[in-house]
Design a protein around this ligand. Sequence first.
Ligand code: DQA
Length: 146
Amino acid sequence: MNIGILSGPNLNLLGTREPAIYGRATLDDILAALGVVADELGVTLRHAQSNSEGALIDTLHAWRGEVAGVVVNAGAYTHTSLALRDAFSATAIPFVEVHLSNIHAREPERRHSMLASASLGMVCGLGAAGYEYALRGLVGALRARG
Ligand code: DQA
């Protein structure tokens, strides 16, 4: 089973980006930790990061039929991108949303996710460890579907 990890804008700067909010783990650190979990779960990961909304959508189109599901942190596009939600719906790729910070405890403009209504679920506020929980939850849900 292939699983996509999709990372949105500014997540390439994790490690140095507002560490009081997002922690000190880099995106590579997070991916390395996910790789260990993926091995345990018997799944293969693909990863894409882009600062461009269109490139994230193009990635989902390319992953159609290739990944069984996606863990996505869409960064600020979470709060704005109906187009990204449409891409998930159009490709019918099941996904779990993850955020390092607790978006519901932050500024009002971060408290709504455009993606959430189409997601299997969301993990937020648990820092880098949330990616592991999201991956485990996604794979569990996909396997339960059969
Ligand atoms: C984020 C939260 C978003 O509001 C923000 O724009 C990000 C990161 C998080 O992981 O906490 O870029 O998705």
